[in-house]
Design a protein around this ligand. Structure first.
Ligand SMILES: Cc1cc2nc3c(=O)[nH]c(=O)nc-3n(C[C@H](O)[C@H](O)[C@H](O)COP(=O)(O)OP(=O)(O)OC[C@H]3O[C@@H](n4cnc5c(N)ncnc54)[C@H](O)[C@@H]3O)c2cc1C
Length: 473
């Protein structure tokens, strides 16, 4: 049996690559190492029976903003998005909170004296989000709306700390912006963290922060159904270790970390290029906890109980200290915790009157220190009584995450450090970053532009590169 293309790995990017190739009439085989497809989009009963946890991704602003996803009509394949009352609430230790509403005007009102300043910073981008977000997710960043892109670049090149100090005065709004920027997994004093903070604020208003009914695996199931409806073939339990594991094909697209591509490709790639792939830098890891809970988390601030995502960390100073410690190889006693409470909005996730909780914090690369007590203590600060609700928990250390999915090297969930260099040369400096010196081999994982998250754009662009290079007929 021979194929036009074989895609190795069934994460959002592998599936996106497969779908894009199949849409062009190509015969495509998708090989997945595990017994279930989906990569970072899997859900499972990690704790007690009846409690469905998102193993990796939970909340999907990037899927909503993705031009690739926008064209798929996945609702026809069973995907249903749920919008929580608020995309995000950022509670403070004194019981106040920055309540991020989907509606920009409501958020401006909720942010009090900082409202007009927030409006000045974010509104120009939200108004042009229809062009800005696709452009940001569409490398090599075509110069569409030059004015708004330049404005975004000027603001975004600053550090998050510079932006939040310049634009906001209230500790809750400053803390909220720091939490948004911390998705970069970088010290908040470093360049580009401003861009990540802005991006997540813009998506909260422009496209929302929804969760899929049934768990993130529903996205994978819908993508697979679409892929198969186009004639694509999926084989699970098919780990690829060497090139000889692949059936005859005209192109191979690896939804894998650069180091794995180097290892698997052996003599198919020149040593000099393999060295570049091996030098690609992976950043800090995450320590993740999932809980089966006896009831909703008892937040001191009631609005936090109406948000899909709660950023638990308080002041910007505390969050910045926690993120910077991670880069210095230290653990913060008060880690910044990113928490989702899907079952509040999706009854399929837990038995009647019970709840689930999903949270992680950043830790140094490959650091396996048990963060469970510190994460739970942080939540307890903002929700006294939380610990009493815990019926069961499941934890993922960085090495457990890497054992689960070889792409999460050292627990890095973003596919590699987001730096100026690794943004332009991701994973190596080439005119088309998805190509390699072997015209048959392509890389389509989150280690290519535009990087981590469930949006499928890396896979889409890699497939376009393969179609242009070797699958033109
Ligand atoms: C804890 C956690 C929380 C996250 N939260 C969010 C979130 O809320 N929202 C969001 O947008 N993103 C989130 N992410 C990030 C997101 O999941 C990833 O950026 C995304 O899944 C990357 O997609 P990918 O297709 O590049 O690779 P992956 O999703 O990693 O898929 C790669 C696939 O390849 C398979 N594979 C690996 N090696 C081999 C091999 N040798 N042979 C065959 N198959 C192989 C793996 O099993 C996997 O299925 C989170 C990630 C984690 C871990």
């Amino acid at each position: 049996m021979s194929y036009d293309a074989v895609v190795v790995g069934s994460g959002p990017n592998g599936l996106a690559a497969g779908i894009t190739l199949a849409q062009s009439g190509k015969r495509v085989l998708l090989l997945e190492a595990r017994n279930q497809i989906g990569g970072g989009m899997r859900s499972a009963e990690l704790t007690l029976p009846g409690y469905v946890h998102d193993v990796c991704s939970a909340i999907h602003p990037l899927a909503m903003a993705s031009p690739f996803f926008a064209n798929l009509r996945l609702e026809n394949f069973g995907l249903e998005w749920i919008e929580p009352d608020f995309p995000l609430v950022h509670p403070m230790p004194d019981g106040t909170a920055a309540v991020m509403e989907r509606d920009l005007v409501q958020s401006i009102r909720a942010f009090g004296d900082d409202g007009p300043r927030y409006q000045r910073l974010v509104e120009p981008f939200v108004q042009r989000a229809n062009t800005l977000l696709p452009e940001l997710l569409n490398p090599p960043w075509p110069l569409g709306d030059l004015r708004v892109l330049t404005r975004f670049a000027i603001k975004g090149l600053s550090s998050a700390v510079a932006l939040l100090q310049k634009h906001f005065k209230s500790p809750a709004v400053q803390g909220m912006f720091a939490g948004m920027a911390a998705h970069s997994v970088k010290p908040l004093e470093s360049r580009l963290t401003g861009a990540v903070g802005l991006l997540f604020c813009i998506t909260a208003h422009a496209s929302g922060w929804p969760l899929p009914r049934g768990g993130s695996h529903s996205i994978a199931t819908a993508l697979r159904a679409l892929f198969e409806s186009l004639g694509g073939e999926v084989q699970t339990d098919r780990p690829v270790s060497t090139f000889s594991d692949l059936p005859p094909c005209r192109a191979v697209l690896f939804d894998l970390a650069p180091r794995a591509v180097s290892r698997i490709s052996e003599e198919q790639l020149p040593q000099s290029f393999k060295k570049k792939l091996e030098r690609f830098q992976h950043g800090p890891g995450v320590f993740k906890v999932d809980w089966a809970l006896d009831g909703p988390i008892p937040w001191t601030n009631a609005d936090a109980g109406r948000a899909g995502t709660v950023h638990v960390g308080g002041s910007w100073e505390e969050i910045a200290e926690s993120e910077s410690a991670v880069w210095k190889g230290r653990i913060s006693d008060r880690p910044f915790v990113l928490l989702a409470q899907q079952s509040l909005f999706d009854q399929t996730r837990a038995p009647d009157k019970k709840q689930t909780g999903w949270a992680y914090c950043h830790v140094p690369h490959q650091c396996d220190e048990d963060m469970t007590a510190r994460i739970e203590a942080q939540i307890e600060r903002f929700a006294p009584g939380f610990r009493d609700l815990i019926l069961d928990r499941h934890v993922f250390s960085p090495s457990a995450l890497e054992a689960y999915n070889a792409n999460y090297i050292g627990g890095d969930i973003t596919g590699g450090v987001i730096s100026l260099q690794q943004l332009l040369a991701r994973p190596a400096l080439r005119l088309s970053p998805y190509t390699t010196p072997n015209e048959k081999i392509f890389i389509c994982s989150a280690s290519t532009p535009p990087g981590g998250g469930v949006h499928g754009m890396c896979g889409y662009h890699a497939a376009r590169a393969a179609l242009q290079r070797v699958l033109r007929d």
